[in-house]
Design a protein around this ligand. Structure first.
Ligand code: 4NP
Length: 159
């Protein structure tokens, strides 16, 4: 059976999208659905290609017992053929991703917080310039949005 490909996208691929990837992968694993998913993350910029997530990203994941292991990569045209869902962390990176997208592709592009029942359609605020509290808030938003996204996929794909 073909896997469902999910690519989370932010700007630098060291804070929000690797955290979303780790949280979503953990939730998928808890539902016993790992074999049905191919999960990844990337940045629309190339500043941090090859780098591990920001230490504060690793710290908030560890404090919440979510395994995280990622090296930065930049969003590429080919990803739009390899992944079914391109989930951007905010509107500016949705615009960036639309610029990177090939003319023809069948990936669904949506914003992460389209799945947040408390503030649908808003941005996942970039915690890069903030402190530990910003990373905690980012974790909560992503945990809630990813859980809802997974429920959406379960009903969409009869999982
Ligand atoms: P991210 O956060 O997009 O959530 O990974 C950022 C990380 C680095 C930079 C900007 C945002 N930067 O300018 O280097």
């Amino acid at each position: 059976m073909q896997k469902i490909g999910v690519m989370f996208v932010c700007l630098g691929n060291i804070c929000r999208s690797p955290l979303a990837e780790a949280i979503f992968a953990d939730q998928v694993q808890r539902h016993g659905l790992d074999h049905r998913f191919d999960i990844a993350s990337s940045g629309t910029a190339n500043y941090h290609v090859g780098e591990q997530p920001d230490p504060r990203t690793i710290d908030v994941a560890r404090r919440n017992s979510v395994p995280i292991d990622h090296h930065g990569q930049q969003l590429d045209q080919v990803h739009f053929h390899e992944y079914d869902y391109i989930i951007t962390m905010d509107r500016s990176n949705l615009t960036n991703a639309e610029r990177i997208a090939p003319q023809e592709h069948s990936a669904t592009m949506v914003m992460m917080r389209d799945f947040d029942p408390s503030e649908p359609g808003s941005d996942v605020v970039d915690p890069w310039y903030g402190d530990r509290q910003g990373f905690d808030e980012c974790f909560d938003v992503l945990e809630r949005s990813c859980a809802n996204f997974l429920e959406h996929l379960k009903s969409e794909h009869s999982l």
